[in-house]
Design a protein around this ligand. Structure first.
Ligand code: PEP
Ligand code: MG
Length: 589
C-alpha cells in the first residue's frame, strides 16, 4: 500500500452503473499482460519432442478449463458454465492446431512462437469482424491462447485468486475464466474499461452482490495499483483518491442506502397494493432457469417474461424438445401457483446463436432484420420443438405462451396455426397439455400497437415490450450510445401509443402488462399504472423499490398524473412531472 497515494488529488471518472452498492478501498490493477514469448530455433533432433510438448500443453489446458467449468457450475449454475464450452471448442479447433504445426515445420522456431503467431492472427481476424457476438469470440481465443502459452512456458497464469487483501478490482475486462477464479471473499467491487451490456463482470458482480461500474474508458491507464478509490455503483462513478469530505459524504450515503435497502426488503414482504386499495401484479423477467431463486428472494409474483433465447445463445446445438421441457417445467413448478410467461425464441438480429452463421447471416439492420417470430416461422422444426416443450410443461404449473415481435394479425395467425399442429401431434402421441393454454403477443412493433384492436380479439393477453417499442417509434437504435439521449420513454408518441394499446386490450377484456425496462424504473411506474396497465415485469432486484412505491402512492393520483401527461407536449416536462411524483412519495433518507 502506498499511503502517499491518498494525498494525490481527488478526481471522479464516470462509467456505466452495472451493479448497485458503494465500496471504498485500494485498487488491485489487473492487467492481463500478454505473456513474454521467447523465440529460438529448435534442433532437428528435437522436433518430435516439441510437437509432443504442444500436445501436452493443449491437454493440460483442457483439464484446467474443465475444472473451472465444474467450479462455475457449482457456484453460478449450468448456464454460466456453458460459456466454457466455447473455450473447449477453441482447443479442438483443427485449423488453429494444424496451422501452428505447419508454422513450426516451416520455420523450425519453438512451438510457443508459432502458436502465438497463429493465435494472434485468429484473434485479429475476429476482432475486426463487425459483429459484437463474433468479436467476443476473439476474447475466448485470447483467453485460451494465454492459458496454453502459460502452460508451454511452465508458468502459472496470473488470476484474480491472488488478491492478498480486500481490493477493488480494476481491469480492462473480466474474462469468464477470470471470474471463475476471482476470490469472492476479497473483491470489494469490479470496475472495467469495457462496457458491453453482456459483460461477464456484470453478471459476476450481481451474483456476488458487490458494486460494479463498466465502460470507464481507459481507467486502467489512469490509475495505479494501490490507489484508493470509492466505487459508486448507483451512479456509475469512480472517485479516485477521495478527500476527507468526499469520504464523509459517501460514508453517510452508504449508511442511508443500506438503511433504505433494508426498509425496501422489509416492505417487500407486504402485498403490492396502492394506498387506495388497488392490487398491482409485480412479476420478474428471467433469462435462465436458476434465476427462479431470485424471483422468490425478491417476492416476484411469477415470471412476466422468460427470455428463452438465452437457453440457446451459448449452446453447442439447439436444445431438444425434452431439454426445453425440463427447463420450462422446472421454472413452472418452482413458481406455481404463480404464472410463468414463456416467450418463444427472440433469436437472431443482435442475438444470433453461436456457431450458426448459416441460419443467422450478418445483417445491416439487425434490429429490423430476421429475428424472433420471423425466424421461427421460417424454421418451423426449431419452433415446433419449442412449442411442444411449452405445451408439455403446461400441465406442471401455470404457464402462458407469448410470441415476440408480432407485427400484425396474419403473423399471429401463422404462429397459432403451427401451435395447433403441435397440439395435434401431442394428441397423436397420447400426451397431455393444458388445452386452454393462454396465448399472448408482445406489443413491441408500432404496427402491432396500431392494430391492437384487431390483435386483442385474437389474444388472451398483451405484454408491452417498451424497449423495442420505443426504439421503433422514435427511430432510436436502443444500443447506440451516440443517440442514447434521444431515447425518451416520456415522448408523447410513446404515451399515446401505450394508452391506445391498453384501452384496446381492456375493451376486449384482456389484461396488459409491461415487461420492458420502463416497468422496473420507479420514475415511470406511476405513469404506466395511471395509464391502466394491470401488471409490471422487471429484473428481480428491482422489485422491492417498485413495490415500495406502489404501496406509497394512490391509483387516483397516478391516473391524474397520466391524464395530465397526455395533455403535455414536451418529453422533458412529462419526465419532470413523473420524477416529482415519485420523489414526493419515496424518501430515500
Ligand atoms: C422489450 O423489447 O421491451 C422486451 C422486453 O424484449 P427484449 O428486451 O428482450 O427485446
Ligand atoms: Mg423486445
Amino acid at each position: 500500500m502506498s499511503t502517499d497515494s491518498r494525498t494525490k488529488t481527488e478526481h471522479a471518472v464516470q462509467g456505466i452503473s452495472a451493479s448497485h452498492g458503494i465500496a471504498y478501498g485500494q485498487i488491485f490493477l489487473y492487467l492481463q499482460n500478454d505473456v513474454e514469448v521467447p523465440s529460438y530455433v529448435v534442433d532437428a533432433g528435437r522436433r518430435m519432442e516439441e510437437i509432443a510438448r504442444f500436445e501436452q500443453a493443449l491437454l493440460l489446458t483442457r483439464q484446467q478449463i474443465s475444472k473451472i467449468q465444474d467450479e462455475v457450475e457449482k457456484n453460478l449454475g449450468s448456464d454460466e458454465a456453458r460459456i466454457f464450452d466455447a473455450h473447449l471448442l477453441v482447443l479442438e479447433d483443427q485449423a488453429l492446431i494444424s496451422e501452428t504445426i505447419r508454422e513450426f515445420e516451416t520455420t523450425a522456431r519453438n512451438i510457443e512462437t508459432c502458436f502465438d503467431k497463429v493465435s494472434s492472427r485468429y484473434i485479429k481476424a475476429f476482432d475486426e469482424i463487425d459483429d459484437e457476438y463474433l468479436r467476443e469470440r476473439a476474447g475466448d481465443i485470447r483467453d485460451v491462447a494465454q492459458r496454453v502459452l502459460h502452460n508451454l512456458l511452465g508458468q502459472s497464469a496470473t488470476n484474480l485468486s491472488q488478491l492478498a487483501d480486500k481490493r477493488i478490482v480494476v481491469a480492462n475486462d473480466i474474462s469468464p475464466s477470470d471470474s471463475a477464479s476471482i476470490d469472492r471473499s476479497q473483491a470489494l467491487a469490479i470496475v472495467t474499461d469495457s462496457g458491453s451490456k453482456t459483460s461477464h463482470a456484470v453478471i459476476v458482480a450481481r451474483s456476488m452482490k458487490i458494486p460494479a461500474v463498466v465502460g470507464v474508458r481507459n481507467l486502467t491507464s489512469r490509475v495505479q495499483d494501490g490507489d484508493w478509490a470509492i466505487v459508486d455503483g448507483y451512479e456509475g462513478l469512480i472517485i479516485i483518491n477521495p478527500g476527507e469530505q468526499t469520504l464523509f459524504r459517501y460514508g453517510q450515503i452508504r449508511l442511508q442506502k443500506k438503511g433504505f435497502e433494508q426498509r425496501l426488503m422489509d416492505a417487500n414482504r407486504e402485498p403490492a397494493v396502492t394506498s387506495d386499495g388497488v392490487t398491482v401484479s409485480l412479476m420478474a423477467n428471467i433469462e435462465k432457469v436458476d434465476e427462479v431463486g431470485q424471483v422468490k428472494e425478491y417476492s416476484g409474483e411469477g415470471v412476466g417474461l422468460f427470455r428463452t433465447e438465452y437457453l440457446f445463445l451459448n449452446a453447442a446445438r439447439f436444445p431438444s424438445e425434452q431439454e426445453q421441457f425440463v427447463a420450462y417445467k422446472t421454472v413452472a413448478e418452482a413458481l406455481a401457483p404463480n404464472p410463468v410467461v414463456i416467450r418463444t425464441l427472440d433469436l437472431g438480429g443482435d442475438k444470433p446463436m453461436a456457431g450458426n452463421s448459416d441460419l443467422f447471416p450478418k445483417e445491416d439492420n439487425p434490429f429490423m432484420g430476421f429475428r424472433a417470430i420471423r425466424f421461427c416461422l421460417e424454421n418451423t422444426a426449431i419452433f415446433k420443438d419449442q412449442l411442444r416443450a411449452i405445451l408439455l410443461a403446461s400441465t406442471h404449473g401455470k404457464i402462458r405462451l407469448m410470441y415476440p415481435m408480432i407485427s400484425g394479425s396474419e403473423e399471429l395467425a401463422r404462429a397459432n396455426a403451427i401451435l395447433a399442429e403441435c397440439k395435434e401431434e401431442l394428441r397423436g402421441r397420447g400426451q397431455t397439455f393444458d388445452e386452454n393454454l393462454p396465448v399472448g403477443a408482445m406489443i413491441e412493433i408500432p404496427s402491432a400497437a396500431a392494430t391492437a384492436d384487431i390483435l386483442a380479439k385474437e389474444c388472451d393477453f398483451f405484454s408491452i415490450g417498451t424497449n423495442d417499442l420505443i426504439q421503433y417509434l422514435l427511430a432510436i437504435d436502443r444500443v447506440n450510445d451516440r443517440i442514447a439521449h434521444l431515447y425518451e420513454p416520456t415522448h408523447p408518441a410513446v404515451l399515446r401509443t401505450l394508452k391506445y394499446v391498453i384501452d384496446e386490450a381492456h375493451r376486449q377484456k384482456i389484461p396488459v402488462t409491461v415487461c420492458g425496462e420502463m416497468a422496473g424504473d420507479p420514475v415511470f411506474v406511476p405513469l404506466l399504472l395511471g395509464l391502466g396497465v394491470d401488471g409490471l415485469s422487471m429484473t428481480p432486484p428491482l422489485l422491492p423499490a417498485v413495490k415500495y412505491l406502489v404501496r406509497a402512492m394512490s391509483m387516483a393520483d397516478a391516473k391524474a398524473l397520466a391524464a395530465e401527461a397526455l395533455t403535455l407536449s414536451s418529453p422533458k416536462e412529462i419526465y419532470a412531472k413523473c420524477d416529482a411524483f415519485c420523489r414526493a412519495r419515496v424518501k430515500t433518507e
